[in-house]
Each structure stands twice: as structure tokens, then as C-alpha cells.
Design a protein around this ligand. Structure first.
Ligand code: MN
Length: 714
């Protein structure tokens, strides 16, 4: 059992001149209020606050944290009150104890919905004073170390919670040693058999590899000495839970995990780190793509180090970390390393900056009344590039700042991403471009009919989501190009009074190859993309069949382009979401317009209004009949030019008229002319020609409007 003197000695080891009277007073007080209480282990209850305070002192935290550690259970489990603590130990200590008490009262295993809310509460409580979380973590660590005395069902619950919530939080704060210990403890209680078996296996293998580890360390030390670099070399085994996770994730056995041991080279300066990296890479071949420079780009929790994986002396993969002593300390202790009592010592600029950060955090806590505002500032400082949001089950997900529900959906599952139709944040519907905020509870709404669109690439922030969207578009483009290519070719064959299906059965392969395509599908896809025209395929086919001088029937092509009414056989336009069919931005066609399709080079078919001035310039060979579908609820953008008298409030009046006609305004531009008129350009979304008419007549009714016209082309 830890005694108060152990704690005081520990404090004096890093704060020789500290006045520990408050700590001693807290000890006496805690002993008094917990008198008579025992722990499940049979020990007096006081042993627990003492152990917690000792863990805090080992982290070299300040006196307020250690005092709060001694008192952390007094309000919850005894008759003591926060008011009393504040009078006796000051505001800081009382506040920390209050925060820890609140976190402890959160019932994590309650209903799923509620759990998410609880984690939000906890993030809020900890963000008011980071010391709240440090004390809570020490409390949890000691409880985990003594968990064997708990009843089975409580053991499982507490271990689960530790794995899900507290270990990730320790990791967030960069307290690596604590994260490792919490994870291994939780693992051992949740899956005792797996834990013990794996631990034994790891120990056996580490025993076998002892000579190997020594050899590698020796080689590194010698090489560094050759270049006059003095360093420490460590060979540290990975912790059991991380090995377990790796085996599960990669579905491999322990013998397939080569880097059970990570080597670490600790040097004096940053320059030496890069020098050492060069030496290591000259010694052993680096594995491409595995080098990470966290020195120039530190992690959000201030972790700094160089990471590389090399092919070691026996052809095996070896992970090597290279860092300075200072970085090594931060890597192990995280935020606590910066808490260090520095009085009377020279503080380096970097340390001063980090210390400032904590001071600022404390200042803000006093200044900012609105918890949301405060949380945001803490988040910006603590995790500058990340937002933490929750699934409805209370699972924490981490994203880069600016991430959207689409990123969230893909983080859940690729299929959820592909069919993401909408999202609810904290119970309310939000647009897909909504930027996720810290603590949001996000729920994705999926629909079988919803599929990714190219626009998603502008919204998605994570590389995972973007890669999945791109992949989907690629597959979809291929499929659609194939369908479109088939459709276009079959029309071209018909025009030449040839049987396309017969062609596919017989000569297609030969023609594809002679046009340098590997397969018939490749040729048809190219036709859909517009990389080769269907007419070229027909020409090749006829010339192969009838000789090089064969004359082609061009007449059919001409009659086709002259056709005014779209026949029922045109290619169907499903709206602007279609990957292979695009609406001309110049003339913004809407359903009901007379339109013509044009096979572009490499972007599928573009739809123009027949009146579009650009149409006459198009190659007749590439024109194709098209037809609107009626079975969709897609909106189409349309450009409107409105000329009004130059008087106040016209923009608002016209906008209102457009909205009143139930059309969405996407863009509004205004230019005032010297002739006392104002020219507006609106881009509005309409369903079809009828809807457009309604919008136009609505605008015309506005007083002061002189002219309304649909823009023919830009
Ligand atoms: Mn406790």
C-alpha cells in the first residue's frame, strides 16, 4: 500500500522546494471522511486515493492535481461537499474534484442513445480543466490494476469501458505508457484466455529473439559511433493488445508478425536524428512508403519522432523510431510532460510555448461562458486538425477538420457511403456538405437508390471516402460507357442497314482487335466515351468486309440530324447526376426543351438545346438523338436574365418571386447599367419547361421588371 510519505518524496523529487501542506491536509481529510470504509480487496478505502495521488505524482503533475487525487472520491462516497472542499482546498482543487465526480456519475452502459450524450458530457467536463481527465485516468488506472476483486459482470463492464473510452483518451493526450497499460489490463479481463495464451507466446518468442535484439542493437550502436553520434538504442516489445489487434485486423498468426520488437534510437539533437536516419537507411534497405517524419509534422498530441521500416540483417522487417530524449519523454508521458514544474529552471522556447498553451487554456476556462465556444477553443488547441463525433451507439470517430457526413458514412462502411442519402446531426437533418462539429452525434440515412455523384469529391475530406467515391465513379463510368457505346453503335449499324447483334456474334472481335482494342467491350466503352466514333467502327467493319474502297452511305446521317422531333428511341437523359450524360452549361436545357446530344471526346454525351448557338458548330458525325425521361424528381439549373428599373429592393423582389414559384436559387449576379436599368443573372433550379414558365411569369409580375429572358448561351 502506498503511504503519504511515498507521495511527498515523489513530489520533492521534481519540486524540491514545494510547499506540500495542502497535500498533507488533504490526506488527513480524506482519511477522516473515508474512515471505516474498505475496498473489495479488504484494504482500507484510503489506499485507493493514495494510489491515485501517487500515480499523479509519478506523472510529475502539479500540487492541485495531486491534492484532488487524494480527495477525488470524497464527494461521491462520503458526506463531504464541494463547498466544503472549496473552503478548505481552494477553487482549483474543488473544481477538479467536482469534474471527476461528474464524470464518475456518467452511466456509460445505459441506453445506447444516452451513452452518446454521456460521452459528450464527459468531453465537456474534461475540457473545462484538463486536470479533471488526468485525475480520472489515474483513478481508472488504479481501479483497473485492482479489478480482479470486482464481481464478474462489473469487471467486464469496467474493462469494456476502459478499452472503448479511457484508453483512447489516454492516447489522445499522448500518455502512451498509460494507454498501453490500460489496454493490456482491459484485454486481460475481457478475454483472459486469449490474453494469457498470447502473452506466453510473445514471451517465448521474445526469449528466442533475445540474441537477435542484442545483435541489432550492437550493429546500430557501432555504426552510430563510427559517425561520432552518441545514442541510446532500445529494443522494446509491442504491448500484447496491439499484437492481438494486429493479428485480428490482418488475420495473421503471431509468427507472421515480424515487428514484435520496435527498435528506438535516442539522440541529442534533431540534426542528429536525421543523420541517424541516413545511416540506418544506408545500412539496411528501407521499405518504401513506411517512412514518416513526425519531427517536422508533429502529431496533434505533440508526439514527435522519425519512423521507418527497414529490411533487417536476416531479411526481416524491422521498425525503427528515431527521436531526441525530449521527444522520447513526450512520447511516453504526453501532456503530462509539459505540466512539469519548471520554476527556477531555464525553459526552452519550445517548452515555453507548450506551457503557455496550458496557461491559456486555464485563462479561457475563466473567460468563456458558453461551453460550446470554450470546447471549440480547447479542441483547436488540443486537437487542431481533428473533430470527434459519435455514432448513435456512442462510438467515437475521428476526422480531419472540415469532414462531412459523407466522410462519416464511408468510415462506417463502404456500402453505407455509396448509398448515403442524407444525415441527421444531433437529431436534425443536415445537408451532406455540413461540416462535422466536435461532439456531434451523427446518423446516416441510406437509400438503395442513392449513389455517389462526382460532386461528392468536392465535399469529402478523408482520403478513404475520396478513394471509394473515385472507384465507384470509375466502375460506373465503365458500365455506363459500355451501355452507351452499345446503344450508339447499334444506332449507327441500323442507319447503315446492318445488324448489330449479328456483328457482335461474328466479326466484332476481329474488328476490335484491328482497331487495337483488347476486347469487344473495350471497343464499345471507347465508343461510349467518345474516344472512337460509332461511324469509325462501321466504316472499319464494311471495309474489312467489302474491301478498302467501299463507299459508305452518308445520307442516313444527314436525315437523322435534321429530324426535329425527338423520336421515342433517343438516349434517355436521367438528369444532371448521370455520369456519362451532361447538360450543356452554355444553354442549360430542361425537360420539355427540344434537345440534341453530342458525343464529346472522353466525357460521354453532352445535351444542348437545339437553339443553342454552339450546336451549329458541332460535328454532325457526333450528334445523337436524345430524349428526356419523365420518371425522376431531379431539378435542372437554368439561367435567367432579368432587366429591371434601377430601384431599391429589386433583387429581393425578384428572388422572392422565384422562391414563390418553388424554384431554388443557386446563383444571383447583378450589374447596373448607365441607362438606369439593372441587369440580373439568376441560376435557378426547375423541374421542367412547365415549371420554368411558371417561374418566368412570376418574375414578370414583379413591379419594375422590364424583361425576363432565358439565356441562350453564355
Ligand atoms: Mn476512485
Amino acid at each position: 500500500m502506498i503511504r503519504i510519505n511515498d507521495i511527498l518524496d515523489q513530489i520533492h523529487s521534481y519540486m524540491p522546494d514545494a510547499d506540500t501542506s495542502l497535500v498533507e491536509k488533504a490526506y488527513v481529510y480524506s482519511a477522516k471522511v473515508h474512515a471505516g470504509q474498505t475496498r473489495l480487496s479488504g484494504e482500507p478505502y484510503l489506499s485507493h486515493p493514495l494510489a491515485v495521488a501517487f500515480i499523479l505524482a509519478q506523472q510529475r503533475l502539479d500540487l492541485a492535481s495531486i491534492t484532488a487525487g487524494l480527495l477525488h472520491d470524497s464527494v461521491e462516497d462520503t458526506l463531504a461537499t464541494i463547498e466544503e472542499l472549496e473552503k478548505m482546498f481552494g477553487r482549483d482543487v474543488a473544481r477538479i474534484v467536482d469534474g471527476v465526480t461528474k464524470i464518475s456519475q456518467i452511466e456509460f452502459q445505459s441506453k445506447i442513445q444516452k451513452q452518446a450524450e454521456n460521452i459528450r458530457k464527459m468531453i465537456l467536463a474534461m475540457s473545462k480543466d484538463i486536470r479533471v481527465l488526468l485525475v480520472k485516468l489515474a483513478d481508472r488506472l488504479h481501479n483497473m490494476r485492482t479489478l480482479q476483486y470486482q464481481k464478474h459482470h462489473k469487471r467486464v463492464k469496467i474493462a469494456r469501458e476502459t478499452l472503448d473510452i479511457y484508453a483512447p483518451l489516454a492516447s489522445r493526450l499522448g500518455i502512451d505508457w498509460m494507454k498501453r497499460e490500460l489496454e493490456d489490463l482491459a484485454f486481460s479481463f475481457l478475454y483472459p484466455e486469449e490474453y494469457h495464451e498470447l502473452r506466453q507466446e510473445v514471451e517465448t518468442r521474445l526469449g528466442q529473439r533475445k540474441a537477435y535484439v542484442e545483435e541489432v542493437k550492437e550493429i546500430i550502436s557501432k555504426k552510430m559511433a563510427e559517425y561520432s553520434l552518441s545514442c541510446r538504442v532500445l529494443g522494446r516489445p509491442k504491448h500484447i493488445y496491439s499484437i492481438y489487434r494486429k493479428m485480428r485486423r490482418q488475420n495473421v498468426t503471431i509468427d507472421e508478425i515480424y515487428d514484435l520488437i520496435a527498435f528506438r534510437i535516442i539522440l541529442k539533437s534533431v540534426t542528429e536524428c536525421y543523420e541517424a536516419l541516413g545511416i540506418v537507411h544506408a545500412l539496411w534497405k528501407p521499405v518504401p512508403g513506411r517512412f514518416k517524419d513526425y519531427i517536422s509534422l508533429p502529431k496533434a498530441n505533440m508526439y514527435q519522432s522519425l519512423h521507418t521500416t527497414v529490411i533487417g540483417p536476416y531479411g526481416e522487417r524491422m521498425e525503427i523510431q528515431i527521436r531526441t530524449e525530449e521527444m522520447d519523454k513526450i512520447a511516453s508521458e504526453g501532456i503530462a510532460a509539459h505540466w512539469l514544474y519548471k520554476e527556477g529552471k531555464v525553459i526552452s522556447k519550445n517548452q515555453a510555448r507548450q506551457f503557455d498553451w496550458l496557461k491559456r487554456l486555464m485563462e479561457w476556462q475563466k473567460e468563456l461562458e458558453d461551453p460550446r465556444e470554450f470546447l471549440e477553443s480547447v479542441r483547436m488547441d488540443l486537437f487542431p486538425d481533428e473533430v470527434y463525433v459519435l455514432t448513435p451507439n456512442g462510438e467515437i470517430k475521428e476526422f480531419p477538420t472540415g469532414a462531412t457526413p459523407i466522410d462519416f458514412a464511408y468510415a462506417i462502411h463502404t456500402e453505407v457511403g455509396h448509398h448515403c442519402a442524407g444525415a441527421k446531426v444531433n437529431g436534425k437533418m443536415v445537408p451532406l456538405k455540413y461540416k462535422l462539429q466536435n461532439g456531434d452525434v451523427v446518423q446516416i440515412i441510406t437509400s438503395k437508390h442513392h449513389v455517389p455523384s462526382r460532386d461528392w469529391l468536392k465535399i469529402a475530406k478523408t482520403s478513404k471516402a475520396r478513394a471509394r467515391i473515385r472507384q465507384w465513379i470509375k466502375t460506373e463510368e465503365r458500365e455506363k460507357s459500355l451501355a452507351l457505346g452499345k446503344d450508339l453503335c447499334s444506332r449507327e449499324f441500323k442507319k447503315n442497314r446492318l445488324d448489330f447483334n449479328e456483328f457482335l456474334k461474328a466479326e466484332a472481335e476481329e474488328i476490335a482487335r484491328s482497331l487495337s482494342f483488347k476486347t469487344v467491350d473495350d471497343m464499345l466503352i471507347a465508343a461510349g466515351y467518345g474516344k472512337i466514333s460509332p461511324a469509325q467502327i462501321v466504316r472499319k467493319y464494311l471495309r474489312t468486309k467489302h474491301g478498302e474502297d467501299y463507299e459508305l452511305h452518308q445520307t442516313e446521317v444527314q436525315t437523322q440530324t435534321k429530324t426535329k422531333k425527338p423520336s421515342k428511341e433517343g438516349i434517355l437523359i436521367h438528369g444532371h447526376d448521370d455520369i456519362m450524360i451532361h447538360l450543356g452549361k452554355c444553354c442549360t436545357p430542361v425537360p420539355g426543351d427540344e434537345v440534341v446530344g453530342y458525343i464529346t471526346r472522353g466525357r460521354g454525351v453532352t445535351i444542348h438545346r437545339e437553339t443553342c448557338p454552339n450546336v451549329s458548330a458541332l460535328e454532325p458525325d457526333r450528334k445523337v438523338e436524345v430524349q428526356w425521361t419523365t420518371d425522376n424528381d431531379v431539378n435542372y439549373p437554368v439561367k435567367l436574365n432579368v432587366v429591371t428599373a434601377d430601384q431599391k429592393g429589386m433583387l429581393a423582389a425578384v428572388s422572392n418571386a422565384i422562391s414563390a414559384a418553388e424554384a431554388n436559387i443557386l446563383e444571383a449576379k447583378v450589374t447596373t447599367n448607365p441607362d438606369q436599368s439593372a441587369h440580373f443573372t439568376f441560376v435557378a433550379e426547375v423541374r421542367d419547361g412547365e415549371h420554368l414558365k411558371k417561374v418566368v411569369s412570376g418574375i414578370k409580375k414583379v413591379g419594375g421588371v422590364m424583361r425576363v429572358a432565358r439565356q441562350a448561351s453564355s
